[in-house]
Design a protein. Sequence first.
Length: 318
Amino acid sequence: MNQYPYIEEWLDTLKASGRKEITLKTYRKDVIQCLSTLEKDGRPTSPYEIRPEDFVYLRNNLPQKEETRRSYMRVLALRIVHYTGKDPMKSANLLFNREQRNRVFINDADYQKLYENANPTMRMVIILGGMMGLRRAEICSIRDEDIRGNFLTVRGKGHGNGFVVKLRIPDLVQEEIVRYRQWKATKPSSGDGYLIQNGNPLSKASISAMSNRFRTFANKVEVNATVHSLRRYYAMTLYDETQCDIITVAKLMRHADVSTTSRCYLSASDTKEREAISRMNDHVSNFLGQDLVSGTASPMPGPDSMCRSGRNAPHRLK
């Protein structure tokens, strides 16, 4: 039985509102971590007794990195608001540092190397992530019934079943799916209907396991990449190689805010930077004239000549 009162009751309320089981499991873990930290110092654990100074204590004493600490505390604050209508975390006026995330990008050569060295299952992950921009959980959750003709039903982020969308499947991806299914038909499976799970039930552990296998594989072929690097590759390719505008990229990425696309999924390449500098140089050269570039422009006037003419001339005292 849970040692802290009200947690399960609160989680049951969230479940009734459509929260996923995996989300509830995460919330339970986060809250228990916060409450056990408070309890070790003799601080209150009841949602009716936790004060702003207790959140200050959590900020300074939770063992996780700062971003994770803030996430845990927000979940605890949600629980307190549910029962009291008050948010002691907000009242604490806490300041958090913005942490720099190490977002890993890959280029065409990296993508080709991953594809050519992958086994059939890993190749399917590479194709779905790099050519359709699917997230790792979305890839793992694809069932055979979700593939109908040239459309794929994707259950993305969100409560309950998430945001369900239908995406058009590119021809190359369709060909890869056919080949993968033919290969998979020769392997033992429990027949649960997942595309790449090979009979294993979908869970947070299975998603993490797939991510770990991918990272191990990428390291083996000497490519610095995560599963999410494939989604970034999809965004970068749309933006750089197809000349797709950022609004359309955000729509294809299924981002509610275009700033998420620009901040987290696009990165300036050295080639693009050189091209931009060259175009800037050409533009200014045409605007100011070739004599500026060739060194034949008239010398800049000295300070005395500037003062002898126009509005820069000194006023005479009368």
